[in-house]
Design a protein around this ligand. Structure first.
Ligand SMILES: Cc1ncc(COP(=O)(O)O)c(C=O)c1O
Length: 360
């Protein structure tokens, strides 16, 4: 969960659902996904400068199913992923029998393209990249890094899968640049309505080059035959009515307030030696602890006070090079976030004191 359920437009979704239910429910489904929804998605992406046709869009059960059908379609058995990376993508690729190649990501220093060059020289079939507000680090690729990654992929013959859950989570209607925008149709592009609209709708999609669409649809058919018409029609209605744009604007404003409040609280409450990123948008930032503090100790200490930390240790390919966790400021209202950060600051001071005492 990333976004506070309080910020999601459940009333308007219910309104769209009621309107859709008044229609005659079709007896057949479209294995590629409800066509009006695919058209609405293609229109939205085109308006953002992406060259996408409705026939190139496949609707999936969340973006998770998009990752699944792409990974199942690969002939090669090796996938490059950022390290650390979104845990269920890593687990999915591993479960499907892919060997993972780690692309070292440090949210404080950016991308080391030389290391990525060496990693991609191992010729993975695919590189899976979360280019805006990366999960779990909150890092966004710079335009130069996007161009660098495209050049490396070209040089090593690696296909690209961009998971763009975040480029529209920037305030003032601004968008972050996307790989798909710079790299064109050869970049597979995944996005989802689950995080920003309503998680329970479970609607995501992948836009693929036309020649890959039949294989991807075949993979989707194998796992679900097709997905429910009803939810696809509700999302199409929501987009058609212009509700999504209005909702995103409201959401961005709310997230901006939480982001600013979270940074203020961190400035005030964190002891020396703690560092954090300033992602400028999106739902999370990365907080890096002093190495003297054992990760397990802080996790247990916070759990006793009702604060849950997502353990990132399983998100790395190889040994962890970071020593921290993400702060999900989109999930908690400002006052609750401040209360949690107060407890975190105290916990770090207590444990740092204990560590210093043990060394003496
Ligand atoms: C980066 C990223 N991609 C994809 C997903 C899958 O989400 P969904 O299937 O809800 O679209 C998640 C879920 O947390 C995620 O963090």
């Amino acid at each position: 969960m990333f976004i506070d359920p309080e910020l999601l437009p459940t009333e308007r979704i219910a309104e769209c659902a009621r309107s859709v239910l008044r229609e005659r429910m079709p007896s057949q489904y479209d294995a590629q996904g409800y066509r009006p929804l695919r058209e609405a998605i293609a229109r939205r992406l085109s308006a953002r400068g992406l060259d996408v046709e409705a026939d190139e869009v496949i609707i999936t059960t969340g973006s998770q199913q998009s990752l699944d059908i792409v990974a199942r379609s690969l002939v090669g058995r090796r996938i490059a992923v950022e390290s650390p990376v979104y845990g269920y993508a890593k687990l999915l690729f591993e479960t499907l029998g892919h060997e993972l190649v780690g692309l070292h990501l440090d949210p404080f220093r950016g991308i080391d393209l030389e290391q990525w060059d060496r990693a991609l020289a191992r010729r993975p079939a695919l590189a899976y990249l979360i280019t805006s507000f990366q999960n779990p680090t909150g890092y966004s690729y710079t335009s130069a890094e996007l161009r660098g990654v495209l050049a490396l992929a070209e040089r090593h013959g690696v296909a690209l899968l961009e998971d763009d859950w975040g480029s529209d989570m920037l305030s003032d209607g601004e968008y972050r640049p996307m790989l798909r925008m710079l790299g064109g149709k050869r970049v597979l592009y995944v996005n989802s309505f689950t995080k920003k609209l309503l998680p329970s709708l479970r609607i995501g999609f992948v836009a693929a080059p036309p020649e890959l669409v039949p294989t991807l649809v075949a993979m989707k058919r194998l796992s679900t035959l097709g997905n429910a018409w009803l939810t696809e029609a509700v999302v199409a209605e929501f987009l058609d009515r212009g509700y999504y744009d209005t909702h995103l604007q409201t959401l961005q404003r709310a997230l901006d307030v939480r982001y600013a409040a979270c940074l203020d609280a961190l400035d005030e409450l964190m002891p020396d030696g703690v560092r954090w990123t300033r992602p400028g948008g999106g739902p999370t930032l990365w907080l890096e602890l002093p190495r003297s503090i054992a990760y397990d100790a802080i996790e247990a200490h916070l759990a006793r006070r009702g604060i849950h930390v997502t353990n990132a240790s399983a998100a790395y390919v190889g040994d962890p090079h970071l020593h921290g966790f993400r702060i999900a400021y989109a999930y908690l209202p400002e006052a609750q976030m401040r209360a949690a950060l107060t407890i975190l600051g105290d916990a770090i001071r207590t444990l740092a004191h204990g560590a210093a005492g043990a060394q003496r």
